[in-house]
Design a protein around this ligand. Structure first.
Ligand SMILES: [Zn+2]
Ligand SMILES: [Zn+2]
Length: 194
């Protein structure tokens, strides 16, 4: 019998249930991750309400996570059991016209982990090893960007959190004349801050 785990499954729009489901089985090209933290994104709310990706229900959402490697497929390179990782959730097919041009975001069968496939509101989640990134013990972000850009700053900074602090960091690490993309959605407070 498969090993079981707890997962927060959206069974249909408006109905989410904490239940026992099988731990995902991984292929040789995948990593099994023991989830430590999973943030709640605005998209999770839209999946729960049925506004987005309702045709993929029932499923476990959760796509903003990190965890530790529990098991690695035999083709996985550079990742060891116990290491801290997060994952790029984009799952392009890798073989269509757009993927072969390096334009995976335009893939005709593009899906995302935790939005169209089972995600990280569970004890374990699986992801292709090529999507996984090791997380160092500490990340001092502005100093690091300045160090690797010889003190110039990044050409392009994408802010994807939506908080005052992270927007301030974005402007401190972008180069003169660079671009800050405002992707994170903040909630406006009464004093005008986010
Ligand atoms: Zn998100
Ligand atoms: Zn494709």
């Amino acid at each position: 019998m498969s090993k079981m785990m707890r997962a927060q499954v959206i069974e249909k729009p408006g109905k989410m249930v904490l239940k026992q489901v099988p731990v995902p089985l991984i292929s040789d090209d995948e990593i099994l991750i023991k989830v430590k933290v999973c943030g709640i994104c605005g998209t999770d709310g839209k999946i729960f309400s049925g506004e987005y990706a309702a045709e993929y229900l029932p499923m476990t959402s959760g796509h903003e996570f990190w965890g530790v490697v529990e098991k690695a497929g035999k083709n996985a390179q550079g990742l060891k059991v116990g290491e801290r990782v997060s994952a790029d959730i984009c799952l392009p097919c890798g073989s269509c016209y757009f993927c072969r041009r390096g334009e995976g975001l335009l893939c005709k069968t593009f899906t995302q982990l935790g939005i169209h496939t089972d995600g990280a509101f569970a004890e374990y989640v699986k992801a292709p090893w090529k999507n996984c990134y090791k997380i160092p013990d500490e990340v001092d972000i502005i100093e690091e960007v300045m160090k690797i850009t010889d003190g110039i700053g990044a050409d392009y900074v994408l802010e994807a959190v939506g908080k005052t602090e992270t927007y301030e960091q974005a402007f401190k690490m972008v180069r003169r004349g660079g671009v800050v993309e405002a992707f994170g959605v903040g909630r406006q407070r009464k004093n005008g801050s986010i």
